[in-house]
Write a protein that binds this ligand. Structure first.
Ligand code: GDP
Length: 297
């Protein structure tokens, strides 16, 4: 088990004399502990450094009120700064899906949870916003993935584009757009193929699909447990295809959520949703408060 940051800091400050304001020395000592906590939570080193710098400026000289210990004061400053960095600007979950049919492009590596997330999001749009959604799998290399989306569609009561053998991803995207237009759908979701690693073939295909579909939203699905890798994947996808938001999956696992902070700090992209399990309703909007709590332990 991890020791929580509050516990760590409690120990540090017990050894220091209590003062009316946090001294530079106190802050430095405390921030060493904060740094360890961030790294344990899988925040990348450059982001941890950047974060510590921001906090150092705010904490040095901050007055310690009678009701809190210096440790609690530092935790509060760290907590507030985490929220500020994680939440960025404005509500993250409002998807741009006016002017029907609105295309949503789902991208990510194989195994990240892309197909599952596509179905979860479709269900959410249907149940919560009353949208008519059409889902299409573009994964021509893996017939099983296409079948999987069809099965999930039946399970959640969302239509999927019929599978036609021999079509390429761009042809499927065009057919999805047609069916969504003539079928009166509000949204159509394109579940693109993933690969185990980023490669040129994959990126070329996703770019071609993007150019045809002109997506209103391009959501990148990444495994939240993969830490720094998740950030690298996001950077690449954003450079090559442009990403409007991120979905972090497997946040029901043991991870401490540091990937969220790194993701936000490095890519500047909002995290829109988090996946919290395999079930179709295990998708929640991203809440900075909850992730901050998790990182702090
Ligand atoms: P894809 O290859 O990216 O389309 O990945 P899939 O959607 O097929 O998901 C791969 C596996 O991860 C499946 O067994 C999913 O049930 C599981 N999965 C997806 N999202 C989550 C999540 O948020 N939490 C957990 N625990 N499992 C997930």
């Amino acid at each position: 088990m991890f020791e929580s940051l509050s516990e760590r800091l409690g120990g540090v400050f017990d050894r220091l004399t209590k003062q009316g304001a946090l001294s530079a020395e106190d802050v430095k000592t405390a921030l060493r502990e904060v740094r360890v906590a961030l790294l344990e939570a899988d925040v990348s080193l450059p982001v941890a450094r950047q974060f510590i710098k921001a906090v150092e400026g705010k904490a040095t000289g901050a007055s310690v009120t009678k009701s809190v210990t210096p440790g609690q004061q530092v935790v509060k400053i760290v907590h507030d700064e985490l929220i500020a960095m994680l939440s960025g600007d404005g509500p993250a979950d409002a998807l741009k899906i006016d002017n029907p049919p609105a295309p949503i492009l789902m991208v990510g590596l194989q195994g990240s949870g892309k197909t599952t997330t596509t179905a979860k999001l479709a269900k959410r749009l249907k149940d919560r916003e009353g949208k008519r959604v059409l889902m299409a799998s573009l994964d021509t290399n893996r017939p099983a993935a296409m079948e999987q989306l069809a099965i999930l569609g039946t399970q959640i009561g969302v239509d999927t584009l019929p599978i036609v053998k021999g079509e390429n991803a761009v042809q499927i995207a065009k057919r999805a757009k047609q069916q969504a237009t003539f079928g009166g759908y509000d949204v159509y979701m394109l579940d693109t193929a993933g690969r185990l690693h980023i490669d040129e073939v994959l990126m070329d295909e996703v770019q071609a699909v993007r150019d045809v579909a002109q997506p209103r939203e391009t959501l990148l699905v990444v495994d939240g447990l993969t830490g720094q890798d998740a950030v690298n994947v996001a950077t690449e996808f954003d450079e090559k295809v442009g990403v409007s938001g991120v979905v972090l999956t497997r946040m029901d696992g043991d991870g401490r959520g540091g990937a969220a902070l790194s993701m936000r700090a490095v890519t500047g992209k909002p995290i829109r949703f988090v996946g919290l399990g395999e079930k179709m309703d295990a998708l929640e909007t991203f809440e900075a408060e909850r992730i901050a709590g998790r990182i702090l332990g």
